[in-house]
Design a protein around this ligand. Structure first.
Ligand code: ADP
Ligand code: MG
Length: 228
């Protein structure tokens, strides 16, 4: 589904530019659950943003379902993003003056779905993440783990082709992290949701099915996780 070939990424710094990704070659199939690990500053978020169609400033080729994404215009790129990707971030990025159900319904509202269909889907996804009674709450009245569940519900409501998650457990204690990982595993196993996650927590990374390690912008290993 996802195929990056010879992808390089440079950031401009004044007159000069710094290379942060070097010759990334990566294939990800539908239904995979991939963790990308590496030290802070190694290029994980940069890579994830390219994969998730958030950043179109790279060289090399990106084929997505046979589409030559590297040739896409800005607007084609954002259309692709809106209709294919769900996002989960470390700091949840919820809108605090909207209720849980309003937050979760946003992607479908933007997509122009009907009110009745939206309400039905909101109930479904809140049930899936274990928050069916919290729809009327404000995010700030929920725990960190619950807020991350809300953001996962929002990420899956429009049935994206894949999820990207940048340090989804980075702001959570270890018990809550385990619960969030359990939810990701369930979505991957039962709904065949493709998940691509960045983490620097070994315990979290080892719960994925495939573990890619990156160092200084280069992939240094790419292995199936052997369940212990
Ligand atoms: P990670 O997610 O692994 O911590 P990042 O992908 O965020 O790493 O960053 C990789 C490198 O690129 C770092 O050295 C970082 O300082 C640099 N970088 C990230 N974003 C920018 C930017 N917008 N402009 C310039 N340099 C950046
Ligand atoms: Mg990062």
């Amino acid at each position: 589904m996802i195929r990056l070939q010879g992808v390089d990424k440079f950031y401009k710094q004044g007159e000069s530019s710094v290379q942060v990704l070097h010759d990334i070659n990566l294939d990800i199939s539908e239904g995979e659950f991939v963790a990308i690990m590496g030290q802070s500053g190694s290029g994980k978020s940069t890579l994830l943003n390219i994969i998730g169609f958030l950043d179109d400033q790279f060289s090399g080729t990106y084929f997505y379902k046979k589409l030559s994404v590297h040739n896409y215009t800005r607007s084609q790129f954002s259309k692709l993003r809106n209709s294919n990707v769900g996002f989960v971030f470390q700091n949840f990025k919820l809108i605090n003056n909207l209720t849980v159900q309003e937050n979760v319904s946003l992607p479908l509202l933007y997509a122009g779905a009907k009110r009745k269909d939206i309400n039905k889907r909101v109930l479904e996804v809140l049930q899936q993440v274990g928050l069916k009674d919290s729809g009327k709450d404000l995010p700030t009245n929920l725990s960190g783990g619950q807020q991350q569940r809300v953001s996962i519900a929002r990420a899956i409501i429009a049935q994206p082709n894949f999820l990207i998650a940048d340090e989804p457990t980075g702001a959570l204690d270890s018990k809550t992290s385990d619960e969030i990982m359990l939810l990701f595993k369930r979505l991957n196993q039962h709904n065949n949701t493709t998940i691509i996650m960045v983490t620097h927590d070994e315990k979290v990374g080892n719960q994925a099915k495939r573990l890619i390690r990156i160092l200084d912008g280069r992939i240094i290993s790419d292995k199936k996780v052997v369940l212990s």
